[in-house]
Design a protein around this ligand. Structure first.
Ligand SMILES: [Zn+2]
Length: 456
């Protein structure tokens, strides 16, 4: 264990540019130029996010969502209709161009609804539930004193989905959502999504204070009934801890919040929320009534990771900077353990180069590092404390004519393990570390980038 926080880890893994690092020639700190609460992602963050986005996009497309993309800026007329201008203005960045008022998007929902309306107006035969998905970047004002690394930011990306649905489909849909969430956590992040360490809180209305909520008491009672039934059912099935919080619902509808405790750390995961408010503000009920004869249309807002930034930050803290193999910027390091014998060293070199090219050919992000025997433990220590490759392969005198000494990090058991073996064994290990993600979408997620310059 060390005392590093997620900013230290994210800096060491080149996930982001640290705000408090000096940019000497610019006469300031990087944060002065980036801006408070905004993160500049470096190449480690770039590759991690790209692969994560690919996995999430494929997963959603495969599971009945339509992948869309909304702009960062919108006319404030959109937020007038949605109601954001009246209840969320204090968190929005608003500005004028040519006498028109614009806002930087604080939430993705209004755009998703516009898109749904457009589809109905055009096609008039959309099948419900209709599900949108977007890795949507939003910006919200937060007071500067509360900002903290990736955990509290002013700009972030949500794995955001909106589901347009009728009451009779609600129960099976919410169950589907919880199963999908479980899949993603277990297969992508090795987080066990069952048992008492996982808490689902259902926040509901207080029927004595209905003036604080939008929608009728009947709307509330019906939807809370559904959410409560699903909660009890899946809670029993997976042994989750469940709780119901009266009076804690958002004014627009009840919601689930997922929390998990890993070791000493409790961590907020995604949410699933039901909404009667936005369908009314956008007159969706009138629209679907006219076209389909359907009046009871709801919107489910859901995000499994929530904010991608906060999720990465929490993950780094909870797992001490260790990332799953597929997402790890440097997946594998080959260490050439040199002797002082020129002939032997040339053989070591040859073998290392051969392996490196094979890995590169398979799109595994590998680097080659040189070390003497006496420096070896120091080199490994620095490598482990900073770049944290998932696998380290040693090639020294012993390994010239035999297999490799392989050391890898077992994220599930949270410990380092060692094996000996040839190339086949190494590739078996790699596939084993990729296996769960492969199961998720039946696809390998490999993308080579050359990080050797870090070690030259
Ligand atoms: Zn939403």
């Amino acid at each position: 264990m060390d005392n590093k926080n997620h900013i230290d880890y994210a800096d060491e893994l080149d996930i982001l540019v640290r705000h408090d690092r000096r940019a000497g020639f610019l006469n300031g700190e990087f944060g002065d130029f980036i801006g408070k609460g905004i993160q500049l992602f470096s190449f480690g963050g770039g590759i991690l996010r790209t692969i994560l986005y690919n996995i999430l996009t494929d997963f959603h497309a495969k599971n009945g969502y339509y992948v869309i993309e909304t702009p960062i800026i919108a006319s404030t007329r959109l937020y007038k209709v949605s109601g954001h201008l009246s209840y969320y203005k204090q968190n929005m960045y608003i500005f004028n161009i040519e006498d028109e008022e614009y806002a930087i998007k604080p939430m993705n929902c209004p755009h998703h609804i516009l898109l749904f309306i457009n589809l109905i107006e055009k096609n008039r035969k959309i099948k419900l539930p209709f599900r949108t998905f977007e890795l949507g970047r939003v910006h919200r004002y937060e007071v500067s004193g509360s900002l903290y690394g990736l955990l509290r930011v002013r700009g972030f990306t949500q794995d955001d989905s909106h589901i347009f649905i009728t009451m009779d489909k609600l129960e099976s849909e919410i169950e589907k959502l919880i199963f999908e969430m479980k899949e993603i956590y277990e297969k992508l992040f090795n987080i066990k999504f069952e048992g008492e360490s996982l808490t689902i809180k259902l926040s509901i209305h207080d029927k004595n204070k209905m003036n604080e909520y939008s929608g009728s008491l009947e709307d509330w009672e019906n939807s809370v009934g559904v959410m409560r039934r699903v909660l009890e059912k899946v809670g029993k099935k997976f042994g989750f801890s469940i709780s119901i919080d009266i009076g804690e619902a958002a004014f627009y509808g009840p919601k689930y919040d997922f929390k998990i405790k890993i070791g000493e750390k409790e961590w907020q995961l995604g949410t699933i929320q039901l909404d009667f408010n936005l369908p009314r503000n956008f007159r969706l009920r009138d629209l679907t009534k006219e076209y389909f004869g359907i009046e009871d249309i709801f919107i489910i807002h859901r995000a499994y990771l929530g904010s991608i930034e906060r999720f990465i930050g929490s993950y780094l803290e909870v797992f001490n900077g260790r990332l799953p193999f597929v997402l790890n910027p440097i997946q594998l390091a080959i260490i050439k353990v040199n002797t002082r014998d020129e002939y032997i060293d040339s053989k070591i070199n040859e073998k290392a180069q051969e392996l490196y090219l094979k890995l590169k050919n398979e799109d595994i992000r590998a680097v080659v590092i040189e070390s003497s025997k006496t420096e070896l433990s120091n080199v490994v220590r620095i490598l482990e404390s900073k770049y944290k490759p998932s696998i380290i392969v040693y090639i020294g005198e012993k390994e010239i004519n035999k297999g490799y000494s392989i050391r890898y990090y077992n994220l599930e058991a949270r410990k380092v393990e060692t094996i000996n073996g040839d190339e086949n064994k190494l590739f078996e290990l790699i596939e084993e570390l990729e296996r769960k993600v492969f199961d998720l979408n039946k696809k390998k997620y490999r993308l080579f980038e050359d990080f050797n310059f870090l070690f030259e």
